[in-house]
Design a protein around this ligand. Structure first.
Ligand SMILES: C[S@@+](CC[C@H](N)C(=O)[O-])C[C@H]1O[C@@H](n2cnc3c(N)ncnc32)[C@H](O)[C@@H]1O
Ligand SMILES: [Zn+2]
Length: 314
């Protein structure tokens, strides 16, 4: 890892390494490392971002079971992982790659396994996500990232023109200021670098009825999980300085919340595409309005068979 990789997320000046601590060359702020995790957060963090860290400590109280047993992720979110392998992994350019808001880091580890010579940065605003789940996932997948970084997507602690690829999987809708985060991604990308993202999309009519910031988890845990329309995505891209044609609608009913464990099952899921598409639309409605056990009984879990993909080349 290059020593001049990092900058201060408060004042964006160079960080210097002194006695195992990073110190800002301008404002003097000190940044710590805990084990192999560098904590490069801005001095102010809003409540919803702090709560993201608590989610990883909920131990059974969270509705996403995979947050408690990290290997559940492979079963329940297998279609999420398959989609990444088919649609994103092939487009990841090296050598320097940032997985932003990586959660347990599974995507970082897939990139590193496929390209052992790449320099892969697994990052999240939550220390616990990396410390608890990231480490477990790294062991299970038997790959190590080159760096674990705790950072805020809206104030990235990296110098300009640094990464060949930045990707964000299913996390943009958690960010407080998506336009700002996209502008930050653009700043840290090298000219010729690529930004890739997948996320959900909410039909306008559904958002009108439901509002855009009141998912069940927002109410229950205080984190942000927004339901974003296509028009809103377009606006965020504009704020981030990315052209409108970087945004595409994504649709593949086979990428359901992971039930398909073999090709035959996947065919069956594809056959019932009308049902699956309807399910995706209703999911937002139910998820925010009705009680969680009913959501589970009806199988209305969220993972995006329809949504948006961003592919931006700087
Ligand atoms: C739905 S999870 C997705 C994680 C992972 N990419 C995956 O596909 O499993 C959203 C992640 O976004 C992170 N996050 C939320 N706000 C963030 C921010 N401002 N900067 C960086 N990460 C953030 C959360 O801590 C959480 O791990
Ligand atoms: Zn500073």
């Amino acid at each position: 890892m290059a020593l001049d990789s990092f900058c201060c997320p408060d004042c964006f000046s160079k960080l210097i390494l002194k006695e195992k601590k990073f110190i800002c060359s301008k404002c003097g702020r000190e940044y710590k490392k805990r084990g192999n995790i560098s904590i490069l957060l801005p001095s102010f963090l809003s409540e919803n971002k702090i709560k993201e860290d608590d989610i990883y400590l909920l131990d059974g109280k969270d509705n996403s079971w995979y947050n408690n047993k990290v290997w559940y992720y492979f079963i329940h979110l297998s279609s999420h992982i398959i989609r990444f392998e088919r649609e994103i992994l092939l487009k990841v350019k090296g050598p320097r790659v940032l997985d932003l808001a990586c959660g347990n880091g599974w995507a970082s580890f897939l990139v590193k396994r496929k390209n052992p010579h790449f320099e892969v940065y697994a990052s999240d605003v939550s220390f616990n996500s990396l410390d608890i789940q990231g480490k477990q996932m790294s062991e299970i997948m038997d790959v190590k990232p080159d760096a674990f970084i705790v950072c805020d997507a809206e104030k990235l602690p990296f110098r300009d023109n640094f990464f060949d690829t930045v990707f964000i999987i299913a996390s943009l809708h958690h960010f407080s200021d998506i336009g700002k985060a996209l502008a930050e991604v653009k700043r840290v990308l090298k000219p010729g670098g690529v930004f890739l993202a997948v996320d959900g999309m909410m039909p306008k009519i559904a958002q009108k009825i439901l509002g855009d910031e009141d998912s069940e988890r927002t109410k229950q845990f205080g984190i942000l999980e927004r339901k974003i329309t296509y028009n809103q995505w377009q606006k965020f891209l504009k704020v981030g300085g990315m052209p409108a044609n970087s945004l595409k609608l994504y649709y593949d009913p086979s990428y359901l919340h992971g039930y398909a464990t073999n090709p035959d099952e996947e065919k069956l899921i594809r056959k019932s595409w009308i049902f699956n598409a309807a399910k995706e639309v209703i999911y937002g409605a139910f998820l925010s309005k009705i009680n969680q056990s009913l959501v589970k009984k009806l199988g209305l879990t969220h993972i995006f068979p329809a949504g948006i993909v961003i592919e931006y080349h700087k």
